[in-house]
Design a protein around this ligand. Structure first.
Ligand code: HEC
Length: 143
């Protein structure tokens, strides 16, 4: 009887150890699975963020659709065109209209896209489409 008890105890012991091992192995794998599950899928790219790649910025704009001329003007052009920095045609005056009369829209647009003297290409808005630049010019002309 004593012998049986000892055997049973050791059997139980081995069983228990086995369970414990299995449990810890399972814990380890499910930890990894959990880390895999909770790790970020992607990172948020805020437009204009220097850390964002150009491709990400372009993708962001292409999915959000064209922005209005007013939005582009306010965000990208106003810095210079509100006060006429470096001789920029001033917003709210006829200065842009005079240039339009003199040069025509095609030249204004091409200067806005490619740069012209102190006017930087696309007004530094690298992710602005040609249409968005045109919209911003129209917005300046309409005001
Ligand atoms: C860093 C300042 C700056 C920013 C930002 C800027 N501009 Fe200009 N822009 C200028 C200056 C300076 C001129 C005048 C250049 C000249 O006549 O020598 C100018 C001229 C222009 C002209 C007239 C070009 C011509 O042929 O006479 C257009 C059109 C124009 N800007 C559009 C824009 C648009 C659209 C934006 C925004 C997307 C913008 N600009 C942002 C400085 C700026």
């Amino acid at each position: 009887m004593k012998k049986f008890a000892a055997k049973a105890a050791s059997a139980l012991c081995a069983f228990g150890l086995g369970m414990a091992l299995t449990a810890s192995v399972q814990a380890a794998t499910s930890n990894e699975a959990m880390i895999e599950r909770i790790k970020p899928i992607g990172s948020v790219c805020v437009q204009g963020d220097e850390n964002c790649g150009g491709a990400a910025a372009a993708a962001a704009t292409s999915t959000s659709g064209a922005r209005s001329g007013e939005e582009i003007y306010t965000g990208k052009c106003a810095a210079c065109h509100t006060s006429g920095v470096l001789g920029a045609p001033k917003f709210g005056t006829n200065e842009m209209q005079l240039r339009l009369d003199e040069k025509g829209m095609e030249m204004l647009l091409s200067h806005a896209i490619n740069g012209f003297n102190a006017m930087p290409p696309r007004g530094t808005c690298a992710d602005c489409s040609d249409d968005e630049i045109q919209g911003a010019i129209d917005h300046m002309l309409a005001n």
